[in-house]
Design a protein around this ligand. Structure first.
Ligand code: HEC
Length: 94
């Protein structure tokens, strides 16, 4: 009886760690890259003064074009109605 309870507790703790681990781990390490595909390493100073390219750094795994063409990313500029009033303020437009 005690054996089954003990196994249940151990299994419960094990499952908790397995399923909770990604929440603790955050994102996996990413190699930052410049626009012309050079590695950036802030720890060694390698190209540390260069801006990183999300397309080259993140686009190897994430669909860069799907993300940047999304309505939220574009703030609806790509899905706006033809009769959109130019009187409405749009600081991102010009
Ligand atoms: C080596 C592949 C890889 C690269 C490169 C990469 N990602 Fe991810 N990213 C993943 C995976 C896999 C997941 C899903 C992780 C999960 O669901 O636990 C993810 C998830 C995410 C999420 C969702 C939240 C999270 O942390 O789970 C965000 C936001 C994100 N990535 C942003 C970025 C950005 C910004 C970059 C570039 C700086 C980047 N990723 C580069 C593989 C990558």
């Amino acid at each position: 009886m005690l054996g089954r309870t003990y196994r249940g507790i151990v299994l419960g703790i094990l499952l908790l760690f397995i399923f909770a681990f990604p929440a603790f781990a955050g994102h996996l390490p990413v190699q930052l890259m410049t626009e012309d595909a050079k590695k950036i390493n802030p720890l060694t100073g390698q190209n540390a003064d260069q801006p990183y390219s999300p397309q080259n750094s993140c686009g190897t795994c994430h669909n860069y074009h799907a993300i940047t063409e999304g309505a939220h990313f574009q703030q609806d500029r790509n899905v706006r109605d033809d009769d959109y009033s130019e009187k409405k303020s749009d600081t991102m437009q010009k």
